[in-house]
Design a protein around this ligand. Structure first.
Ligand code: 13P
Length: 260
C-alpha cells in the first residue's frame, strides 16, 4: 500500500520568523502521524530556519521552484545544490502560477525535472487545465500535452521517483474544489498514461496528488478515490490546525484501506 503524501505549498507567504512559528505548530500537531508523508514548502527565504525546526522529525522540507543548473550566471535563480544544502528533499516544479505569471513552459519544466532528479531531489510536477480549457472540454488533451512534454520523456528508472500533482487552475485559491469524481477521472487518466508508457508496475508506483482548494472537510472524500494518493495544499497549509486536520483525514482514509 502506498503511503499518502500531504504537501503544503506556502507560496509567497510567511517571513522567516512567521514560518518558524507555523512549522513549530505543525510539528507539534503532527507528531503522532506515521502513516502519511508530510512535506512543507516555504519560500526560499525561510528554508534555513524551517529546516532547523524540522531537523530530527519525519516532516520533509521542499522548495517551490528551482533553476535547471547546479550553478552559474543566472541572476535571481536558485539551484538544486543550494536547496539540498539547506536540507530540501522535495521541489515543486511547473506550478500553474509559474506557468501563468513567469511564462514557464513544458520544455523548461522538463529541464528542471531532469536536473532535480540528477541532484536527488524529489520533484512534484504540476499539471492542470484552466477553466476555459475545461469548458471547451479540452482538459484531457491539455493534461496529456503537459504530461507528454514535461514528464513522459523520462525513462522508466526515473519515472518512479516523480510525484505528479493534478491542479486544475480553476480550483486553485477559489474555494471551488474539483469534485472527487472529477478529480478521480483525471487522476485515472494520468495513471493510464503512466501505465501505457511505463508499464503497470511502474505506473502504479507513481504518487498522484490532487491540488486546488483542499480543506479538512473535502480531504477524505478526495483521498478515498483509488488514484488520489495525496494532496498539494495551498491556503489551508498556512493555518497549522487546518493542515494538521488534513493530515489526520489522510491518515484515516489510508486506515480505511481504499488504496492498493
Ligand atoms: P489552494 O489550496 O489555495 O487552492 O492552492 C492550491 C495550490 O496551488 C497548491 O499548490
Amino acid at each position: 500500500m502506498k503511503k499518502p503524501l500531504i504537501a503544503g505549498n506556502w507560496k509567497m507567504f510567511k517571513t522567516a520568523s512567521e514560518a518558524v512559528a507555523l512549522v513549530q505548530t505543525i510539528k507539534a500537531a503532527a507528531h503522532t502521524v506515521s502513516d502519511v508523508s508530510i512535506v512543507v514548502c516555504p519560500p526560499f527565504t525561510a528554508l534555513t530556519e524551517v529546516s532547523k525546526v524540522l531537523s530530527g522529525t519525519s516532516i520533509a522540507l521542499g522548495a517551490q521552484n528551482m533553476y535547471c543548473a547546479p550553478e552559474g550566471a543566472f541572476t535571481g535563480e536558485i539551484s538544486p545544490t543550494m536547496l539540498k544544502d539547506l536540507g530540501c528533499r522535495y521541489v515543486i516544479l511547473g506550478h500553474s502560477e509559474r506557468r501563468q505569471y513567469f511564462k514557464e513552459d513544458d520544455i523548461l519544466v522538463h529541464e528542471k525535472l531532469k536536473t532535480a532528479l540528477k541532484y536527488s531531489l524529489v520533484p512534484i510536477v504540476c499539471v492542470g487545465e484552466t477553466l476555459s480549457e475545461r469548458e471547451a472540454k479540452k482538459h484531457f488533451d491539455v493534461v496529456k500535452i503537459q504530461f507528454d512534454e514535461s514528464i513522459g520523456r523520462l525513462g522508466k528508472e526515473d519515472i518512479v521517483k516523480v510525484v505528479i500533482a493534478y491542479e486544475p487552475v480553476w480550483a486553485i485559491g477559489t474555494g471551488r474544489t474539483a469534485t472527487p469524481d472529477q478529480a478521480e477521472q483525471m487522476h485515472s487518466y494520468i495513471r493510464r498514461l503512466l501505465n501505457e508508457r511505463y508499464g503497470k508496475e511502474n505506473g502504479s508506483r507513481v504518487l498522484i496528488l490532487y491540488g486546488g482548494s483542499v480543506k479538512p472537510d473535502n480531504t477524505k472524500s478526495l483521498m478515498e478515490k483509488p488514484n488520489i494518493d495525496g494532496a498539494l495544499v495551498g491556503g489551508a497549509s498556512l493555518k497549522a490546525e487546518l493542515f494538521a486536520q488534513i493530515i489526520l483525514e489522510a491518515q484515516q482514509s489510508r486506515d480505511a484501506g481504499t488504496h492498493s
